[in-house]
Ligand binder design. Structure first.
Ligand code: TRP
Length: 455
């Protein structure tokens, strides 16, 4: 048994704060920006169904495993894996799982910050009233003007990285949780208003049927991989973000219940975003598969037509920035916690170094939308941004999640996981174990083999 029952970085003041922080991490650009555009690119309903299935049978059990490992290890993911492997008499190589997670977090944050920068830019545009009565064409132009200008993208990316590192430097408990506890519900309400607006277009049913009527002829193998990858991405799984948050979780809180709340809220937000966006897409004759700009090219049209649109548009993009902010801090926290533990750095110095490295890498993404967007700069038909996103979300996260599952159920003693989950050998526990023992590894491996064309 570990002697250290509290992390040196402190601990959440209550289970509720943990739920907020984990929901803050999960709900982000993944739900509002990424989910709609990849759903559009992958044909709709069938893709959504696979995504939901992955959330239920892979995402939820892995989230429980990550929280459980984090709380048991009480350290940064690298040291948690090292420590737990030793405690369970397993190979020290398991610490490299922590390292892979740190790398994935930095890679993801480097482009996440650029997209969060778009949201910041849109706050500025919304406040100035440019969307008032704007046509789809005008809104499209606002977007292409923004992304074609590397200087502006770099400026917004820089501002967002500084915002993120300021919060991380103060410790994840400082400040943001309070903000998140008001802003997340506000975002939720605003999404419902937007869905209400979408109902008033005469294409609401088209939007719904695009999202919820599965047509498997539209789903490619790659689409299945993307759906699975997104289940990891949207729940912040597979790289240690939820593990590090779990390491700050007080004892005697139900990990299962907490997980259901976080996963439920996250899924709801994504579906609401889809229900708001697709009716607008169809009502305005836009292309569902138009890519990463989808949200930025659709919702402003709706704002432009509704009463009080400038106000709602400004509010929406502010809330989107907050959602991205509370996600971003969890992407870098595993690295910062490790720097504090092993390199004797203060949180401030750790944040500065981690932030600078991530910021630098982000320049690649900034340029991939303009200067380096041409075919001659692409690999496998993908820009630098596309490659990073594909590599992290569809390969690194599922692989990390698979290994987390293997560790939790094949390497740890059964008693250890039962103790930490505070579950006895109930049906619930057995189901959790079964899903991680067999379903998760088999599903991930099959989808991988299929995607590379082996089967
Ligand atoms: N889940 C967040 C979103 O949907 C992004 C995110 C935060 C994330 N932390 C993560 C993704 C860790 C993968 C791993 O926007």
């Amino acid at each position: 048994m570990s002697q250290l029952r509290e992390s040196i970085h402190g601990q959440w003041s209550s289970r509720w704060i943990f739920v907020l922080a984990a929901t803050g991490s999960a709900v982000g650009l993944g739900n509002i920006w990424k989910f709609p555009y990849i759903t559009g690119e992958n044909g709709g309903g069938a893709f959504v169904l696979i995504y939901l299935l992955c959330i239920a049978v892979i995402g939820i059990p892995i989230m429980m495993a990550e929280i459980m490992l984090g709380r048991r290890g009480r350290r940064s993911p690298i040291n948690t894996m090292r420590h737990l492997a030793a405690e369970e008499g397993r190979s020290p190589l398991w610490q490299y799982l922590g390292w892979a997670g740190v790398l994935a977090g930095v890679l993801i944050l480097s482009y996440y910050s650029v997209i969060a920068g778009w949201s910041l830019a849109y706050v500025a545009r919304a406040v100035s009233g440019v969307f008032e009565g704007a046509t789809a064409d005008a809104v499209g132009l606002v977007f292409s003007d923004l992304v074609s200008d590397p200087e502006r993208l770099l400026a917004w990316h820089t501002i967002f990285m500084v915002m993120t590192m300021v919060v991380v430097a103060r410790g994840v408990k400082g400040g943001l949780e309070k903000a998140v506890s008001y802003l997340m519900p506000a975002l939720f309400v605003l999404l419902i208003i937007l869905v209400g607006y979408a109902m008033s277009t005469d294409h609401f049913v088209d939007g719904l049927s695009f999202l919820f009527t599965p047509d498997f002829s539209k789903l490619t193998t790659d689409g299945v991989l993307i759906a699975m990858g997104h289940a990891f991405f949207t729940l912040s799984l597979g790289m240690g973000a939820i593990m590090v948050y779990g390491s700050y979780l007080p004892e005697h809180t139900s990990i299962a219940k907490t997980t259901f709340m976080v996963a439920g809220a996250d899924t709801l937000v994504a579906l609401l975003a889809g229900m708001a966006i697709f009716p607008i897409v169809f009502a305005n004759g836009l292309e569902p598969a138009s890519g990463p700009g989808l949200v930025f090219q659709t919702l402003p049209i709706a704002f432009g037509q509704m009463p009080g649109g400038t106000f709602f548009a400004s509010l929406f993009f502010v809330l989107l920035v907050f959602a991205a902010w509370s996600s971003a801090i969890s992407l870098i926290e595993p690295l910062v916690a490790w720097l504090v533990e092993n390199k004797n750095m203060t949180r401030i110095m750790a944040s500065v170094w981690a932030g600078m490295g991530t910021w630098l890498l982000g320049i690649g993404t900034v340029l991939s939308f303009n200067v380096l967007s041409g075919k001659e700069y692409q690999l496998f038909d993908k820009t630098f941004f596309d490659l990073l996103d594909y590599l992290t979300a569809n390969i690194m996260l599922p692989l990390g999640g698979l290994l987390i599952a293997v560790f939790a159920v094949w390497q740890m003693r059964k008693q250890s996981s039962m103790d930490e989950l505070e579950m006895s050998n109930t049906t619930g526990y057995q189901l959790w174990r079964f899903l991680l023992q067999y379903i998760t590894p088999i599903a991930v491996v099959l989808v991988f083999l299929r995607a590379i064309g082996v089967i």
